[in-house]
Design a protein around this ligand. Structure first.
Ligand SMILES: [Zn+2]
Length: 382
Protein backbone atom coordinates (compact mmCIF):
# COMPACT_ATOMS: atom_id res chain seq x y z
CA UNK A 1 0.00 0.00 0.00
CA UNK A 2 1.41 3.41 -0.87
CA UNK A 3 2.52 5.26 2.25
CA UNK A 4 1.95 8.65 0.65
CA UNK A 5 -1.86 8.48 0.86
CA UNK A 6 -2.87 11.66 2.68
CA UNK A 7 -4.51 11.24 6.07
CA UNK A 8 -5.82 13.71 8.64
CA UNK A 9 -5.19 12.84 12.27
CA UNK A 10 -5.56 14.08 15.87
CA UNK A 11 -3.60 12.70 18.82
CA UNK A 12 -4.09 13.42 22.51
CA UNK A 13 -3.15 12.33 26.03
CA UNK A 14 -5.20 9.54 27.60
CA UNK A 15 -6.57 11.75 30.36
CA UNK A 16 -6.29 15.42 31.39
CA UNK A 17 -6.97 16.48 35.00
CA UNK A 18 -6.83 20.09 36.28
CA UNK A 19 -7.86 21.79 39.51
CA UNK A 20 -6.67 23.32 42.78
CA UNK A 21 -5.13 20.58 44.93
CA UNK A 22 -5.21 18.06 42.05
CA UNK A 23 -1.76 16.79 43.04
CA UNK A 24 -3.24 15.26 46.20
CA UNK A 25 -5.19 12.91 43.89
CA UNK A 26 -2.18 11.88 41.76
CA UNK A 27 -2.02 8.39 43.29
CA UNK A 28 -5.66 7.71 42.47
CA UNK A 29 -5.17 8.58 38.78
CA UNK A 30 -1.75 6.91 38.57
CA UNK A 31 -2.77 3.53 40.05
CA UNK A 32 -4.67 2.31 36.94
CA UNK A 33 -1.60 3.11 34.79
CA UNK A 34 1.21 1.45 36.73
CA UNK A 35 2.14 -0.15 40.05
CA UNK A 36 5.83 0.83 40.24
CA UNK A 37 6.13 4.54 39.45
CA UNK A 38 9.41 6.42 39.21
CA UNK A 39 8.95 10.13 39.94
CA UNK A 40 11.42 12.54 38.28
CA UNK A 41 11.64 16.06 39.75
CA UNK A 42 14.36 18.58 40.49
CA UNK A 43 15.09 19.51 44.10
CA UNK A 44 13.24 22.85 43.97
CA UNK A 45 9.98 21.35 42.70
CA UNK A 46 10.30 18.37 45.01
CA UNK A 47 10.63 20.76 47.93
CA UNK A 48 7.23 22.21 47.05
CA UNK A 49 5.30 19.05 46.23
CA UNK A 50 7.27 16.06 47.54
CA UNK A 51 5.16 15.75 50.68
CA UNK A 52 1.81 15.79 48.81
CA UNK A 53 3.05 13.39 46.12
CA UNK A 54 4.32 10.92 48.72
CA UNK A 55 1.09 11.07 50.74
CA UNK A 56 -1.04 10.63 47.62
CA UNK A 57 0.93 7.66 46.28
CA UNK A 58 1.04 5.98 49.67
CA UNK A 59 -2.73 6.38 50.08
CA UNK A 60 -3.19 4.68 46.69
CA UNK A 61 -0.92 1.79 47.74
CA UNK A 62 1.91 2.84 45.42
CA UNK A 63 5.61 2.83 46.34
CA UNK A 64 7.44 6.19 46.24
CA UNK A 65 10.79 6.47 44.47
CA UNK A 66 12.05 9.86 43.31
CA UNK A 67 14.99 10.56 40.99
CA UNK A 68 16.48 14.04 40.73
CA UNK A 69 16.31 15.74 37.32
CA UNK A 70 19.54 17.50 36.39
CA UNK A 71 18.23 20.47 34.41
CA UNK A 72 18.67 19.97 30.65
CA UNK A 73 16.76 17.47 28.46
CA UNK A 74 19.94 16.34 26.71
CA UNK A 75 20.66 12.94 25.15
CA UNK A 76 23.03 12.17 28.05
CA UNK A 77 20.49 13.02 30.78
CA UNK A 78 17.83 10.96 28.99
CA UNK A 79 20.11 7.89 28.78
CA UNK A 80 20.91 8.29 32.49
CA UNK A 81 17.18 8.27 33.33
CA UNK A 82 16.64 5.16 31.18
CA UNK A 83 19.22 3.37 33.36
CA UNK A 84 17.49 4.58 36.53
CA UNK A 85 14.13 3.29 35.23
CA UNK A 86 15.68 -0.13 34.58
CA UNK A 87 17.32 -0.17 38.01
CA UNK A 88 14.00 0.74 39.69
CA UNK A 89 12.11 -1.80 37.55
CA UNK A 90 9.51 0.97 37.12
CA UNK A 91 6.45 0.49 34.90
CA UNK A 92 5.51 4.19 34.66
CA UNK A 93 7.70 7.30 34.83
CA UNK A 94 6.18 10.53 36.15
CA UNK A 95 7.57 13.99 35.36
CA UNK A 96 6.84 16.54 38.07
CA UNK A 97 8.16 19.94 36.99
CA UNK A 98 8.58 22.24 33.99
CA UNK A 99 8.96 21.58 30.27
CA UNK A 100 12.57 20.35 30.51
CA UNK A 101 11.76 17.69 33.11
CA UNK A 102 8.72 16.67 31.07
CA UNK A 103 10.65 16.32 27.80
CA UNK A 104 13.39 14.26 29.46
CA UNK A 105 10.83 11.95 31.08
CA UNK A 106 8.81 11.39 27.89
CA UNK A 107 12.02 10.50 26.03
CA UNK A 108 13.33 8.16 28.74
CA UNK A 109 9.95 6.46 29.23
CA UNK A 110 9.76 5.76 25.51
CA UNK A 111 13.32 4.38 25.33
CA UNK A 112 12.70 2.22 28.43
CA UNK A 113 9.50 0.84 26.91
CA UNK A 114 7.21 1.94 29.76
CA UNK A 115 4.30 4.43 30.08
CA UNK A 116 4.71 8.07 31.06
CA UNK A 117 2.74 10.72 32.92
CA UNK A 118 3.26 14.48 33.21
CA UNK A 119 2.54 16.69 36.23
CA UNK A 120 3.50 20.22 35.16
CA UNK A 121 4.33 22.50 38.12
CA UNK A 122 3.98 25.60 35.92
CA UNK A 123 1.87 26.47 32.85
CA UNK A 124 4.83 27.85 30.92
CA UNK A 125 4.75 25.59 27.83
CA UNK A 126 2.46 23.21 25.97
CA UNK A 127 4.95 20.33 26.37
CA UNK A 128 2.91 18.34 28.95
CA UNK A 129 0.28 16.91 26.60
CA UNK A 130 2.27 16.14 23.44
CA UNK A 131 3.87 13.01 22.00
CA UNK A 132 7.13 14.75 21.19
CA UNK A 133 10.11 16.16 23.04
CA UNK A 134 12.60 18.89 22.23
CA UNK A 135 16.17 17.76 22.86
CA UNK A 136 18.93 20.26 23.63
CA UNK A 137 22.72 20.01 23.71
CA UNK A 138 24.40 20.13 27.13
CA UNK A 139 24.93 23.88 26.64
CA UNK A 140 21.32 24.59 25.76
CA UNK A 141 21.15 24.79 21.94
CA UNK A 142 18.26 23.16 20.04
CA UNK A 143 19.30 19.72 18.84
CA UNK A 144 16.26 17.79 17.57
CA UNK A 145 12.61 16.87 17.97
CA UNK A 146 11.95 13.30 19.07
CA UNK A 147 8.55 11.82 18.22
CA UNK A 148 6.88 9.03 20.21
CA UNK A 149 4.08 6.65 19.21
CA UNK A 150 1.80 7.97 21.95
CA UNK A 151 1.06 10.91 24.24
CA UNK A 152 1.27 10.78 28.04
CA UNK A 153 -1.28 8.43 29.62
CA UNK A 154 -2.14 11.16 32.12
CA UNK A 155 -1.57 14.92 32.38
CA UNK A 156 -2.36 16.27 35.86
CA UNK A 157 -2.18 20.00 36.63
CA UNK A 158 -2.62 21.41 40.12
CA UNK A 159 -3.84 24.94 39.44
CA UNK A 160 -2.93 26.16 42.93
CA UNK A 161 0.64 24.99 42.35
CA UNK A 162 0.68 26.90 39.04
CA UNK A 163 -0.70 30.01 40.79
CA UNK A 164 1.98 29.75 43.48
CA UNK A 165 4.77 30.05 40.88
CA UNK A 166 6.00 33.46 39.66
CA UNK A 167 3.62 35.05 37.12
CA UNK A 168 6.47 35.13 34.56
CA UNK A 169 5.99 31.38 34.01
CA UNK A 170 2.31 31.82 33.16
CA UNK A 171 3.20 34.75 30.89
CA UNK A 172 5.72 32.57 29.03
CA UNK A 173 3.01 29.96 28.57
CA UNK A 174 0.74 32.61 27.06
CA UNK A 175 3.51 33.39 24.54
CA UNK A 176 3.82 29.73 23.60
CA UNK A 177 0.04 29.32 23.32
CA UNK A 178 -0.64 32.47 21.25
CA UNK A 179 1.80 31.15 18.65
CA UNK A 180 -0.29 28.00 18.38
CA UNK A 181 -3.11 29.71 16.48
CA UNK A 182 -0.79 31.70 14.21
CA UNK A 183 1.04 28.50 13.28
CA UNK A 184 -2.06 26.31 12.96
CA UNK A 185 -3.65 28.96 10.71
CA UNK A 186 -0.57 28.94 8.47
CA UNK A 187 -0.46 25.13 8.41
CA UNK A 188 -4.14 24.99 7.53
CA UNK A 189 -3.63 27.48 4.67
CA UNK A 190 -0.72 25.50 3.24
CA UNK A 191 -2.37 22.12 4.01
CA UNK A 192 0.95 20.87 5.41
CA UNK A 193 1.55 17.95 7.73
CA UNK A 194 1.34 18.55 11.48
CA UNK A 195 3.46 17.16 14.31
CA UNK A 196 0.81 14.42 14.64
CA UNK A 197 1.99 12.90 11.34
CA UNK A 198 -0.82 13.82 8.96
CA UNK A 199 -2.73 16.75 7.54
CA UNK A 200 -4.54 19.08 9.96
CA UNK A 201 -8.09 18.29 11.04
CA UNK A 202 -10.89 20.80 11.67
CA UNK A 203 -10.57 19.72 15.30
CA UNK A 204 -6.88 20.54 15.73
CA UNK A 205 -7.22 23.88 13.97
CA UNK A 206 -10.33 24.85 15.98
CA UNK A 207 -8.67 24.04 19.30
CA UNK A 208 -5.72 26.27 18.36
CA UNK A 209 -8.17 29.09 17.62
CA UNK A 210 -10.02 28.51 20.92
CA UNK A 211 -6.73 28.79 22.81
CA UNK A 212 -6.13 32.20 21.18
CA UNK A 213 -9.65 33.48 22.04
CA UNK A 214 -9.45 32.30 25.65
CA UNK A 215 -6.09 34.04 26.11
CA UNK A 216 -7.08 37.41 24.64
CA UNK A 217 -10.06 37.41 27.01
CA UNK A 218 -8.41 36.08 30.17
CA UNK A 219 -4.61 36.41 30.15
CA UNK A 220 -4.31 39.86 31.77
CA UNK A 221 -6.76 39.24 34.66
CA UNK A 222 -5.26 35.77 35.18
CA UNK A 223 -1.74 37.19 35.45
CA UNK A 224 -2.96 39.71 38.03
CA UNK A 225 -4.59 36.93 40.06
CA UNK A 226 -1.42 34.83 39.94
CA UNK A 227 0.59 37.79 41.25
CA UNK A 228 -1.53 37.32 44.40
CA UNK A 229 -1.21 33.51 44.09
CA UNK A 230 -4.95 33.00 43.87
CA UNK A 231 -6.88 30.71 41.52
CA UNK A 232 -9.78 32.44 39.75
CA UNK A 233 -11.88 31.21 36.81
CA UNK A 234 -9.63 33.30 34.52
CA UNK A 235 -6.57 31.50 35.91
CA UNK A 236 -8.19 28.10 35.30
CA UNK A 237 -9.02 29.10 31.72
CA UNK A 238 -5.50 30.33 31.00
CA UNK A 239 -3.92 27.20 32.47
CA UNK A 240 -6.16 25.07 30.25
CA UNK A 241 -5.41 27.23 27.19
CA UNK A 242 -1.64 27.17 27.80
CA UNK A 243 -1.48 23.46 28.56
CA UNK A 244 -4.28 21.46 26.94
CA UNK A 245 -5.69 23.62 24.12
CA UNK A 246 -2.31 24.83 22.98
CA UNK A 247 -0.85 21.32 23.34
CA UNK A 248 -3.54 19.72 21.20
CA UNK A 249 -3.59 22.74 18.89
CA UNK A 250 0.12 22.84 18.11
CA UNK A 251 0.46 19.08 17.78
CA UNK A 252 -2.60 18.36 15.67
CA UNK A 253 -2.93 21.86 14.14
CA UNK A 254 0.70 22.25 13.09
CA UNK A 255 3.78 24.36 13.79
CA UNK A 256 5.12 26.87 11.27
CA UNK A 257 7.47 29.89 11.39
CA UNK A 258 7.17 31.02 15.03
CA UNK A 259 8.64 27.83 16.51
CA UNK A 260 11.26 27.51 13.77
CA UNK A 261 12.43 31.03 14.63
CA UNK A 262 12.46 30.06 18.31
CA UNK A 263 14.72 27.15 17.42
CA UNK A 264 16.86 29.48 15.30
CA UNK A 265 17.24 31.88 18.24
CA UNK A 266 18.99 29.15 20.22
CA UNK A 267 22.00 29.82 17.91
CA UNK A 268 22.49 33.00 19.99
CA UNK A 269 23.81 31.86 23.40
CA UNK A 270 22.53 34.99 25.18
CA UNK A 271 18.95 33.75 24.61
CA UNK A 272 19.51 30.43 26.42
CA UNK A 273 18.43 31.79 29.79
CA UNK A 274 15.09 32.98 28.40
CA UNK A 275 11.94 30.89 28.72
CA UNK A 276 10.68 28.98 25.67
CA UNK A 277 7.52 31.09 25.41
CA UNK A 278 9.50 34.34 25.56
CA UNK A 279 11.54 33.34 22.51
CA UNK A 280 8.45 31.98 20.78
CA UNK A 281 6.82 35.42 21.09
CA UNK A 282 9.61 36.96 19.02
CA UNK A 283 8.94 34.13 16.56
CA UNK A 284 5.23 35.00 16.43
CA UNK A 285 5.85 38.66 15.66
CA UNK A 286 8.42 37.67 13.03
CA UNK A 287 5.92 35.26 11.47
CA UNK A 288 3.24 37.98 11.30
CA UNK A 289 5.73 40.25 9.50
CA UNK A 290 6.72 37.44 7.10
CA UNK A 291 3.04 36.85 6.32
CA UNK A 292 2.46 40.51 5.55
CA UNK A 293 -0.34 40.40 8.14
CA UNK A 294 -2.57 43.50 8.45
CA UNK A 295 -0.71 46.28 10.29
CA UNK A 296 -3.51 46.57 12.86
CA UNK A 297 -3.16 42.86 13.69
CA UNK A 298 0.60 43.15 14.18
CA UNK A 299 0.16 46.28 16.32
CA UNK A 300 -2.49 44.64 18.50
CA UNK A 301 -0.34 41.56 18.95
CA UNK A 302 2.73 43.59 19.96
CA UNK A 303 0.72 45.76 22.36
CA UNK A 304 -1.09 42.82 23.96
CA UNK A 305 1.99 40.64 24.42
CA UNK A 306 3.97 43.60 25.81
CA UNK A 307 1.19 44.01 28.41
CA UNK A 308 1.36 40.25 29.13
CA UNK A 309 5.05 40.77 29.93
CA UNK A 310 6.57 39.07 26.90
CA UNK A 311 9.52 40.36 24.85
CA UNK A 312 8.50 42.12 21.64
CA UNK A 313 11.89 43.58 20.63
CA UNK A 314 15.33 42.17 19.86
CA UNK A 315 16.74 44.38 22.62
CA UNK A 316 14.80 42.47 25.26
CA UNK A 317 16.22 39.09 24.18
CA UNK A 318 19.77 40.45 23.96
CA UNK A 319 20.08 40.62 20.17
CA UNK A 320 21.45 43.53 18.16
CA UNK A 321 19.46 44.34 15.00
CA UNK A 322 22.74 44.90 13.09
CA UNK A 323 24.53 41.80 14.33
CA UNK A 324 25.69 38.96 12.06
CA UNK A 325 24.03 36.71 14.63
CA UNK A 326 20.74 37.33 12.86
CA UNK A 327 22.16 35.43 9.86
CA UNK A 328 22.96 32.42 12.04
CA UNK A 329 19.48 32.56 13.58
CA UNK A 330 17.89 32.68 10.13
CA UNK A 331 20.04 29.82 8.79
CA UNK A 332 19.09 27.58 11.71
CA UNK A 333 15.40 28.56 11.44
CA UNK A 334 15.26 27.50 7.78
CA UNK A 335 17.21 24.22 7.76
CA UNK A 336 15.50 21.45 5.76
CA UNK A 337 12.81 19.78 7.84
CA UNK A 338 12.12 22.87 9.98
CA UNK A 339 8.48 23.75 10.49
CA UNK A 340 8.99 27.13 8.77
CA UNK A 341 8.52 25.18 5.52
CA UNK A 342 4.87 24.64 6.52
CA UNK A 343 4.27 28.33 5.76
CA UNK A 344 2.03 28.82 2.69
CA UNK A 345 4.96 30.40 0.79
CA UNK A 346 8.68 29.76 0.54
CA UNK A 347 10.75 31.35 3.32
CA UNK A 348 14.50 31.92 2.83
CA UNK A 349 17.07 33.10 5.38
CA UNK A 350 17.25 36.57 3.79
CA UNK A 351 13.53 37.10 4.46
CA UNK A 352 13.84 35.89 8.05
CA UNK A 353 16.70 38.34 8.68
CA UNK A 354 14.67 41.21 7.21
CA UNK A 355 11.59 40.34 9.28
CA UNK A 356 13.60 39.96 12.49
CA UNK A 357 15.39 43.25 11.93
CA UNK A 358 12.14 45.05 11.23
CA UNK A 359 10.46 44.19 14.51
CA UNK A 360 12.79 46.38 16.58
CA UNK A 361 11.60 49.73 15.20
CA UNK A 362 8.08 48.43 14.67
CA UNK A 363 7.65 47.29 18.26
CA UNK A 364 9.29 50.43 19.67
CA UNK A 365 6.84 52.58 17.71
CA UNK A 366 3.84 50.54 18.89
CA UNK A 367 5.04 50.74 22.48
CA UNK A 368 5.58 54.49 22.32
CA UNK A 369 2.13 55.07 20.80
CA UNK A 370 0.53 52.79 23.42
CA UNK A 371 2.47 54.59 26.20
CA UNK A 372 4.23 51.35 27.16
CA UNK A 373 7.76 51.35 28.63
CA UNK A 374 10.92 51.40 26.50
CA UNK A 375 12.39 47.92 26.05
CA UNK A 376 15.26 46.82 28.28
CA UNK A 377 17.18 43.52 28.11
CA UNK A 378 15.51 40.74 30.10
CA UNK A 379 17.22 39.26 33.09
CA UNK A 380 17.43 35.53 32.39
CA UNK A 381 14.68 33.74 34.26
CA UNK A 382 14.38 29.99 34.51
ZN1 LIG B 1 6.23 25.72 22.11
Amino acid sequence: MPTSLPIRTVISPGRYVQGPGAITRLGEFLAPIGSKPLIVADDVVWGFVGHDVEASLTAAGLPVRREKFNGIPSAGEIDRLVAVIADANADVVVAVGGGSTIDAVKSSGFLAGIRWVTVPSVASTDAPTSALAVIYTEDGAFEEYRFFPRNPDLVLVDSQLVANAPAAFLAAGVGDALATWLEARATSRSNSNTMAGGLPTETGTALARLSWDVLWENALPALDAVRDHVVTPAVEKVIEANTLLSGLGFESGGLAAAHAIHNGLTAAPQTHGLAHGQKVNIGSITQLVLEGAPTADIRDFIEFTTRVGLPTTLTEIGLDADSAELDQVAELATVPGETIHAMPFEVRPVEVVAALKSIERLARRVRTEAKLPEPVAYVAHH
